[in-house]
Design a binder for this molecule. Structure first.
Ligand code: ADP
Ligand code: ZN
Ligand code: ZN
Length: 739
């Protein structure tokens, strides 16, 4: 840009501020360095805030005398490339979120503050040729230095500082004096070439015909946009397909991004990929500390890491050579961020692939109805793996009518007998109960008092080991009362059953059988989940019980019987997605059975054995269920046949939230036309939560652009509504839960 043309910087300022802000370059600085993707410190209000330049322009709508120069640039080079920047801003616009907040929540935590970015790679030490050439005598009087040299030699000349002190303890003075002599030098360790003993992907099992077709089909689309659903029953070898696709993308010099729903799944997949693919890989998830995360992020952004494996937020990681995106377990709700910047990482992955011009594969045994619909309508390709790989047989699902059955610990006699048979044969049994704690209700036998949360419309869950009543909605916890708070009666009784109670009952029923319980309470300690799962895989526990934590992606070769204890509430849930979620859960849990050479059986206890959903699921499996459910959605004009945006409001005052939405509704009416439906305000399903009253307003259209245009016109009016300060509100585009 020539010196005399005005240079206006358009800046996304960090924080929940709608829109961008215009600034001038600092009077003396180098204007060329002020490029999009560079962070700046900009005067805002009475202080300075961090922001990011998103564009340069010759014009501004601001009055010239109101424009202020930025204080300083914080980066020498852009942190985000043009297409990454554009992608995040597109996402902010689509989800109607503040651009500055979207951009900065996509950056590593430290970079949201005015701090310099860390160099990629970990700080470490490298052996120099002089150091290498030193004979053993040189260290006769300096054994610490000798140990350092030995360690570096063994590890291929260089090691992160943290590794060195892990092996040798504090040896900073040895390192200092060796560095002074020029025997070692500081360096940055690049992301590990994981899989030092890497074999080619061809060294895995020979692919079957379905897998080969899937690989060939996606491989043929490298270099252009193509979205496809990889629908493969549990154990059908989806991961093998991923491995071959990744290898193909890497071989052509591209980077690949793999998104998984949960941190619990990353170590397993990471290990498997590392064994098979020789490429620098980084993982990104919430279990890393801030600087580990930032270094991994930088390695991806600089193109040093070829493979990036991460959870939801990794969809925003800058990748200059991105050539393939995989989304595993695409139906999983964890891909949707439920607060702040409410985005769907799965949907954004497709969008990103489209903008990048690369293929994206959405894999699942139980695809979401949204994705299935896209595949059916031809927008996405469909690849299926209908059989279990390696000859493992699909599990059989049996419905067990428990009406008028004498239950022990919630288990019917038939299930107990089946379990005993499996234990006798040396097999493993998995029981699934999706409710943690001892009992969901504590009640007084004399007067009917029920333990309720004072802040929510909800009951308190009894946790017996902790001896507390807990609210699973707001986190409130209080000691278990010794007597009824109302009538002082002594007879307080737990009603219903959670995993904690089931565990106690199973220990009585099967006193000889070692068991492990896997739920959020039993795995609070760091590393505990990994430890339990590893022991479970080895077969240390013939009996496993747990919540949906046990249902995801884990492979337990010895499990031959899965018992599903109580999913009946999913049949009649208030949310229109309740049945879809229940079918996915049942199918995923069932998929834990018989994944190796041992055949598997699944028993689902129910009081509604004739329910059409259960029947379809049992007789014809998830795909048939999904078709039927899709048809119901079409008739009812629900997603994916309609597009929704949910406005939520909450307030301490019982009226303020509803009142705000009533005015928002009024403002909306002037923008509505025949293709837009507005519903509300109505109370949220749980009207009071954490002491706040909550209400909803739903906007819906069968055409996405109409909904988008409406939101863009409407939201500025909502922001300027009077009374908006007495209630908090937020907007959720494509909401996944109507809570
Ligand atoms: P998914 O990801 O669909 O659950 P995996 O890729 O984990 O399935 O495969 C399940 C099991 O089957 C693994 O133990 C895997 O090594 C094995 N497997 C995958 N593909 C084949 C194949 N073509 N032949 C033999 N075994 C296979
Ligand atoms: Zn009482
Ligand atoms: Zn509560």
């Amino acid at each position: 840009m020539a010196e005399d043309t005005p240079c206006i910087l358009r800046v996304a300022v960090a924080g929940p501020l709608p829109g961008l802000f215009d600034y001038l370059p600092p009077p003396d600085g180098d204007k060329e360095a002020l490029r999009p993707g560079v962070r700046v410190l900009a005067p805002f209000g009475r202080g300075n805030r961090v922001g990011m330049i998103v564009a340069r322009s010759a014009q501004t709508t601001q009055a010239a005398d109101r424009l202020k120069p930025i204080e300083a640039a914080l980066d020498e080079a852009p942190l985000l490339g043009a297409s990454d920047l554009e992608f995040i801003l597109w996402a902010a616009d689509y989800y109607k979120h503040a651009p500055g907040d979207a951009l900065f929540s996509a950056l590593p935590a430290r970079l949201r503050r005015p701090e310099r970015s860390l160099e990629a790679g970990e700080p470490g030490w490298r052996l120099t040729p002089e150091g290498e050439a030193q004979a053993a005598e040189a260290f006769a009087r300096a054994p610490r230095q000798g140990q350092v040299v030995e360690l570096l030699r063994e590890s291929g000349q260089e090691l992160p500082s943290a590794e060195i002190s892990r092996h040798l303890g504090d040896c900073r003075s040895a390192l200092r004096s060796m560095a002074a002599k020029g025997w070692i030098e500081p360096c940055r360790i690049r992301p590990a070439l994981l899989g030092a003993d890497a074999r080619a992907p061809a060294d895995g099992p020979a692919l079957n015909a379905h897998q080969r077709r899937a690989v060939a089909s996606v491989q043929g689309t490298l270099g252009r946009f193509h979205a496809c659903l990889l629908e493969g029953v549990t154990g059908s070898g989806k991961t093998e397909v991923y491995i071959h696709l990744l290898a193909a993308a890497l071989a052509s010099g591209r980077q690949a991004l793999i998104l998984v729903p949960e941190i619990g799944l990353t170590p397993q997949l990471q290990r498997r990929l590392a064994e098979r693919i020789a490429a620098p890989m980084v993982t990104l998830h919430s279990g890393l500390n801030a600087s580990e995360r930032e270094r991994a992020w930088r390695s991806a952004a600089l193109g040093e890491a070829d493979l990036v494996l991460g959870t939801r937020s990794a969809v925003f990681v800058p990748l200059p050579r991105l050539g393939l995106i995989l989304v595993d377990e695409e139906h999983d709700l964890s891909f949707k961020q439920q607060d702040g910047f409410r985005y769907s990482a799965r949907d954004l992955a497709v969008r990103r692939a489209q903008k990048t011009g690369c293929p994206v594969v959405l894999g699942s045994a139980t695809p979401s109805l949204e994705t299935l619909h896209n595949a059916q309508s031809g927008r996405y390709g469909l690849l299926d793996l209908p059989e279990r790989a390696g000859g493992a047989r699909p599990p059989e699902l049996a419905l067990l009518d428990i009406r008028s059955q004498p239950l022990r610990g919630g288990l019917s006699p038939v299930l107990v007998r089946l379990m005993q048979e499996q234990f006798a044969a040396g097999n493993q049994v998995l029981l699934f109960l999706n409710r943690r704690g001892f009992a969901p209700v504590l009640t007084c036998h004399d007067c009917g008092w029920v333990g309720e949360c004072p802040r929510c419309d909800a009951r308190l869950t009894l946790h017996l080991a902790a001896s507390r009543l807990w609210c699973h909605h707001c986190g409130l916890s209080r000691p278990v009362p010794g007597q009824c708070p109302d009538c002082q009666g002594p007879d307080l009784r737990p009603l219903g059953r959670g995993t904690e109670r089931l565990e106690a009952e199973l220990r009585t029923l099967f006193p000889e059988t070692p068991l492990a319980r896997v739920d959020r309470d039993s795995t609070r300690r760091k590393g505990e989940l990994d430890r339990l799962l590893a022991a479970a895989r080895r077969g240390d526990f013939p009996l496993l019980l747990g919540t949906q934590m046990l249902s995801k992606g884990h492979h337990f070769p010895r499990v031959t019987l899965v018992g599903i204890l109580d999913v009946d509430q999913g049949l009649y849930g208030a949310d229109f997605r309740a049945q879809e979620r229940m079918a996915q859960l049942v199918t995923q849990v069932a998929g834990r059975a018989g994944r190796a050479e041992r055949a598997g059986r699944v028993v689902l206890q129910t009081r509604h054995p004739d329910h059409p959903l259960l029947r379809t699921l049992q007789q014809r499996g998830y795909p048939a269920f999904a078709l039927a459910a899709l048809e119901e959605r079409r008739v009812a004009m629900l997603p994916p046949f309609a597009h929704q945006a949910l406005m939520r409001a909450e307030s301490r005052d019982p009226e303020a939230a509803t009142e705000l939405l009533r005015r928002a509704m009024q403002a909306a009416l002037s923008h509505a036309d025949g293709h837009l439906e507005l519903l509300g305000p109505i109370p949220a399903p749980m009207e009071r939560r954490a002491g706040r009253y909550r209400a909803h307003l739903l906007a819906q259209s069968n055409q996405r652009p109409i909904l988008q245009r409406f939101l863009t016109a409407w939201l500025p009016e909502v922001r300027s509504l009077k009374g908006a300060s007495r209630a908090r509100w937020s907007l959720d585009v494509d909401p996944q839960e109507m809570l």
